[in-house]
Each structure stands twice: as structure tokens, then as C-alpha cells.
Ligand binder design. Structure first.
Ligand code: ADP
Ligand code: MG
Length: 668
């Protein structure tokens, strides 16, 4: 392993910055891949369309000016002479560049060309002479104080070292697909020779990621099948039935079906590893509680883990209500539980006094030890990292695992992605819910949208307005946020209070705005980020998404789930400049499964922040949607290879694979 400080150019200060990116060695640095590339090929303005990407050289004309838009937003404007044209340039939030922007200076400007305004909204500016031919520049995610360019330099130095990164694709598969060798691929990913080499390099890395992922899936499957510590239970069904009959509502057909599947799993001598998927609001929680009740009847402890404190607390309160007639002892453990209570909980978990523990990540700490944990349920959790048998410290038995997800994916895809898991789906929603009505509107029809908004405001309902996330390099989008606030103010400032929330605000400001919205002190909430999961404002009856084409369909579907939470008719309005079939499609269904089926089929689309990100599967470069075909190949290859691997497990050649596979068993 190469220490960071042994890489040329990295001193103690830089090391600290790099470590902020969770990079701790030269190898990890090399595996920090660019998230995109800039191709520095000069544009021909005469053939550019409005808002096309542009790269152009020129000389600064006249003195640039800084304009303060508001507390968190400033811009520099200036003019540039390209010999053929004089163009305006706008540069957001890079005031530090101001001193370098002197009249007469040669610059290369990267950005988007707003043809009608004859303006470039710049994402970056380069000084000095640059090579004239196309150059491919890697762009990295980085942290304050460390530029993408310097990171690129350190990675180049690391690549010169004798680093230890194993190839995790067997030779015969490399040959089968004519894959680029690992080291060559790593080099080309960071320092591309040309576009074809870059493509081949990325193909290699992606295949390897998918292959290893699939190998892990198969490995876990083996482990589950051969687990001799799994629990066998005898469950008294009449008790379950009477518990269900006392619920305040009747289970839907799908809930009923899923409960049966789970009971069968719990009784079987095979360890349960089941994924329960269903849209937001489809009623997964009650299914979890029934499973917990069954587990309690067979005298085992249960753990329910939620991704956020708000959700954990919500589950805890629900559990107290649902189980109020049983003797189940329930506790809540989160990071805000005080030390004394925590200690008490640890003791009671260990001596078996607590039957059900509900909490956040806090549940998977060394200190948390169970007497006889029989069931682990994770709500909206990352897959690897919790689905391991060793992560919950337990005596003797391996607990059954149920994972719940509100990002439904169609069965065919789920079988590949979660190959080691049994899948249950809730497709029908409880009766009596009002469906959200979705409209797709073109930007030119904005007045129609404003009228619809006004109608909701007149009814004293609240509205979410969403625009794509602020992306530091696509500064053109920022303008649209400011434009939006302007637009909304012009249209509604007499009748509505408008709040804006975006990534640049600090947590305190964000909280205040969210609270004001929850308490109806803000009527229209403009948000540049995905509205946080768990936000529940039943009085919000409309969500308006601008530039909706920038979002993946699953994301839009999740956003749509922010409304329709009370008993008022709710609406979702998707707006885009041009016509998009996929947005039109959103009008036709409210079914998360159908949405994701369509989304998968249409893999080519950019998904700025898909709810089911590849990161969840530990994929850095591969994308489960776009690269699904490759994933299917990797699945078949891995299935074939796992047999060889397990048969010849002492062969030193296979050591690197086992190193990776063991990692998923011992994440604690
Ligand atoms: P999710 O699947 O998103 O976790 P929840 O479990 O939170 O959904 O359920 C959403 C709401 O629907 C809850 O208030 C729950 O009590 C209610 N609910 C669940 N099942 C039914 C049912 N069969 N009939 C009526 N209401 C139900
Ligand atoms: Mg839920």
C-alpha cells in the first residue's frame, strides 16, 4: 500500500484535505475516478444552439464587474473578444477569480452558450495558452481548498508508483470480452489518451465492478443456503390472525400475501433474506410489525433500523400504539438517546429484557449486543453493509433479515440486482387514497401553471416548487433558481409567502425555512435540492418541478410522493422546455413499479440523482440502469465462476477475490 505522504507533491496539509474525501492511500486515490470529463475542443459559434456547451478562446475586453445578487450569490460579468465575435460572460460565485480577470488577458472559457442573450454562462475559466487540439480533462469530486486539477496531478503521481490494485476479472473473461488490462485502464481513466481508449478503459472498470458485485451476490446466496445457525420456528397462526384482526384496518390483499410469505420464511430452517418493496404509503410498516410479533411469539428479540432519527422515532411511536395490548418491551436507540439511557438499553438487550429495539445506525455498534436476536428489519437501508450475518452481534443463531424499500423495481431487474434475496412486493395501496394527478406542461404554457398554482393558494393550500440541484459546474442552472424566485414573487407576492431553500444555506437556516413551511408560514417553498425524505406536510397539495427532464423518473416519482398525504386532491406538475415522452408518461401512472420499469427500459437518460444510486451497490463507475446489459452478462459470468472459486478456494490465484468477499462478511 502506498502512503499518501509518499506521493510526490502531497504534504501534510494536502494529505488532510485528501483524507476529507475518505481517501487514505495511494490505491484509494487511484480509485477516485473522475465523475466527468471536459473535452477541450474549441466550439464553432455559428453552429451552436441555444444553451449548448461551449469552449472558446478570447481576450478580455474592458474591466470585469462583480454583481451581488444576494448574500449567497455573486456573479462576475465581462466581455470577451474572440476575434470573430464579442460575447458576454457571466461567472457565478467565483469571486476569487476576479483579480485574475484583467483587460487584455487571454482566456479559455468553458460553459453554456445562451444564444439569444449572446452570453456564456461560464462553468470554468482557464488562463494561459492551452493546446489547440481536443484535450480530455478529467473532472473530480473534491473538497474546499483542493482543486480538481491538483487532485488530477496527485493521481498522476500515484499512478507512477508501484501501487497494489488487483485485477478482479479472471483472465479468460478478460479475453472473452477483449477487456483492457487493469493497470492500463486505470491510467486511461485518469489520463485518457483519446476518446476510444477512455471508452475501453471505462468499459473494463465497469465490467469489473459489476462482476465483483455479482460475485458477492452469489457468495452471499451460498452462505445463506449453507447457514447451519438459522432459526427454525413453530408459529401459532391463530395468534397472528387475532393480532391482525385487532388492527384498526383490514390488510390489503398484497399485505396479506406478503405476511404469509414472511411467516413461511420464519418457520423454515433456511435463513430469511427477503426484500419487501412497495411504494411510499403502500403500508410496509404494519407488515414489519406483524413479522416482529411472530418473532416475539417464538421468543426472539427483533431490531428495526431506520435511516433517519425522524423515521426511527415515528416507527417507535407507531409500535407503541400497535403493540399496546401485548407485553412486548420496546426501546428507541438513536444518537440523541442520552448516555444513561443508552447504557440501560445495552444491558437490557443483552439480558433479553427488551424484545424490540428501534433505532438508526446506532444499532450496529460494537456495544450493542443481543441475547437472542431473531429478526432484523431495515427500512430504506443500504444493502451491503447491513445484510451481513455478522453485523449484529448475537449468540449462536443468525437472525432472519427483512429489508424494506420504497424504490420499487420490477421483478426481472430485481432478480438480477438482488440475486441472493427473495422478493415480496406490495403493489396495491390501501383503499380510499386520493391519487395525485400529474400534468406535463411545456415552459411556454407557464401561465397555465401559474393559474393552477393560484387556485391552490386561494384554497389556502401549500406548494412545493423544485428545480434541479445546484451543480457547481453547470452554473446556468443557478440562474433558473433566481429566475424562479423572481417569477414566483412577480406572480404571487401579494397573496403568498415564498421561501427558498438550497444547498448553500447552513443547517440552521434550512431548518427554520422547513419549520416555517410545516407551520404554514411559508406558502410556496422553492427548493433546489431534493426535499428531504420524511418531510410530511399534508396541507401541501401541489408540487411543481421545473426542468423536470433533468431528473430520473424514480426521483420524480419520489418527489410526487411529497404531496397527496392528506385528504385533499393533490397535483404534480412537470415542466420542461421541450416535449419529453417520458414526462408525458408520468401523467399516465402513479404506480412506482410501472415508473421504474419504464425508467429501466429507457436506460440512456441522464439521472441526476436517481433514488437508487449505484453507490448503494458499491459501484463507482457502473450504473445499474445504463449498464444493465453488461450487468446481466456479469451475472452469468459470476454464477459460472463462483463454483470454480469455492472449489479451488486455496488456490493463491484466487486470493484477491476472497479478500473482497470476506470484506462483506466482516464489515463491523
Ligand atoms: P410505507 O409503505 O410508505 O412505509 P406506511 O407503512 O407508513 O407506508 O403506511 C402508510 C399509512 O397507511 C399508515 O398511516 C398506515 O397506518 C396506513 N395503512 C397501512 N395499511 C393499511 C390498510 N391495509 N388499510 C388502511 N390503512 C393502512
Ligand atoms: Mg415506510
Amino acid at each position: 500500500m502506498i502512503e499518501l505522504e509518499n506521493i510526490e507533491g502531497i504534504g501534510p496539509k494536502t494529505k488532510e484535505l485528501i483524507e476529507k474525501l475518505d481517501i487514505h492511500s495511494g490505491e484509494e486515490l487511484i480509485m477516485h475516478y473522475p465523475f466527468r470529463y471536459d473535452v477541450l475542443k474549441r466550439s464553432d459559434i455559428s453552429i451552436l444552439n441555444d444553451k449548448d456547451k461551449i469552449v472558446i478562446d478570447g481576450i478580455i475586453e474592458g474591466q470585469p464587474t462583480i454583481i451581488y445578487i444576494n448574500k449567497s450569490l455573486k456573479k462576475i460579468i465581462f466581455r470577451v473578444n474572440t476575434k470573430k465575435n464579442i460575447l458576454n460572460v457571466t461567472l457565478y460565485n467565483r469571486v476569487y477569480l476576479f483579480q485574475d480577470l484583467k483587460p487584455g488577458k487571454e482566456v479559455t472559457i468553458l460553459g453554456r452558450f445562451h444564444k439569444l442573450k449572446n452570453t456564456i454562462v461560464a462553468s470554468d475559466i482557464r488562463f494561459g495558452l492551452l493546446p489547440n487540439d481536443a484535450k480530455i480533462e478529467p473532472i473530480y469530486n473534491t473538497t474546499n481548498g483542493l482543486t480538481s486539477k491538483s487532485l488530477s496531478k496527485y493521481i498522476a503521481s500515484a499512478l507512477e508508483e508501484d501501487y497494489q490494485i488487483d485485477s478482479l476479472v479472471p483472465r479468460y473473461l478478460e479475453e472473452k470480452y477483449n477487456l483492457m488490462a487493469k493497470k492500463e485502464a486505470l491510467k486511461n481513466v485518469h489520463i485518457p489518451e483519446d476518446i476510444p481508449s477512455l471508452k475501453k478503459a471505462r468499459q473494463r472498470i465497469k465490467y469489473e465492478e459489476l462482476f465483483m458485485y455479482m460475485l458477492k451476490v452469489n457468495y452471499l446466496r451460498e452462505k445463506i443456503i449453507t447457514d447451519t445457525n438459522a432459526i427454525t420456528r413453530k408459529i401459532d397462526k391463530s395468534k397472528i390472525d387475532s393480532f391482525i384482526s385487532e388492527l384498526p384496518f383490514k390488510l390489503t390483499t398484497d399485505q396479506d400475501k406478503v405476511v404469509n410469505e414472511i411467516i413461511i420464511d420464519l418457520e423454515s430452517n433456511k435463513r430469511m433474506n427477503r426484500l419487501l418493496q412497495g411504494d411510499v404509503g403502500s403500508g410496509k410498516t404494519i407488515v414489519a410489525f406483524i413479522a416482529i410479533y411472530a418473532n416475539y411469539l417464538s421468543k426472539y428479540q427483533s431490531a428495526l433500523m431506520a435511516p433517519t432519527e425522524i423515521l426511527a422515532k415515528q416507527h417507535y411511536e407507531d409500535a407503541l400504539k400497535i403493540f399496546n395490548k401485548c407485553k412486548i418491551n420496546i426501546a428507541l436507540l438513536t444518537s440523541s438517546t442520552n448516555t444513561k439511557e443508552k447504557k440501560d438499553i445495552y444491558t437490557k438487550l443483552q439480558n433479553g429484557e427488551i424484545d424490540l429495539i428501534i433505532g438508526t445506525q446506532s444499532l450496529i455498534q460494537d456495544k450493542v449486543k443481543f441475547k437472542n436476536l431473531g429478526l432484523v428489519i431495515t427500512d430504506e437501508q443500504h444493502r451491503f453493509g447491513v445484510n451481513q450475518r455478522n453485523i449484529f452481534k448475537n449468540k449462536g443463531v443468525t437472525p432472519d433479515v427483512l429489508s424494506m424499500s420504497a424504490t420499487p423495481i420490477p421483478r426481472t431487474y430485481a432478480l438480477t440486482i438482488y440475486g441472493d434475496t427473495d422478493i415480496s412486493s406490495i403493489k396495491t395501496k390501501p383503499v380510499g387514497r386520493k391519487e395525485v394527478i400529474t400534468y406535463f406542461k411545456r415552459e411556454k404554457d407557464i401561465t397555465e401553471v401559474l393559474e393552477m398554482m393560484k387556485k391552490e393558494l386561494d384554497e389556502k393550500h401549500q406548494i412545493y416548487v423544485v428545480a434541479p440541484m445546484i451543480d457547481d459546474d453547470e452554473e446556468s442552472d443557478k440562474e433558473s433558481v433566481i429566475d424562479l424566485e423572481d417569477k414566483m414573487n412577480k406572480a404571487f407576492n401579494k397573496i403568498a409567502k415564498i421561501g427558498v431553500i438550497h444547498g448553500k444555506l447552513d443547517a440552521k437556516e434550512k431548518n427554520k425555512i422547513m419549520n416555517d413551511f410545516e407551520n404554514n408560514k411559508i406558502n410556496i417553498l422553492i427548493s433546489t435540492t431534493v426535499i428531504e425524505v420524511g418531510v410530511n406536510v399534508p396541507n401541501a397539495s401541489m408540487i411543481v418541478v421545473f426542468d423536470a427532464n433533468m431528473f430520473g423518473l424514480s426521483t420524480l416519482h419520489q418527489l410526487r410522493g411529497r404531496v397527496g398525504r392528506g385528504n385533499i386532491q393533490s397535483y404534480c406538475i412537470l415542466i420542461a422546455e421541450n416535449y419529453y415522452e417520458r414526462l408525458k408518461f408520468m401523467e399516465s401512472t402513479n404506480d412506482g413499479f410501472e415508473v421504474s420499469e419504464y425508467d429501466f427500459k429507457e436506460r440512456g437518460e441522464g439521472d441526476l440523482f436517481g433514488t437508487m444510486q449505484s453507490g448503494e451497490l458499491e459501484l463507482k463507475m457502473a450504473n445499474i440502469k445504463k449498464d444493465f446489459k453488461m450487468m446481466e452478462r456479469a451475472r452469468d459470468d459470476a454464477k459460472e465462476f463462483i463454483g470454480t472459486l469455492l472449489t479451488f478456494d486455496t488456490n493463491p490465484e484466487y486470493e484477491p477475490y476472497f479478500k473482497e468477499l470476506k470484506r462483506i462478511e466482516n464489515l463491523d
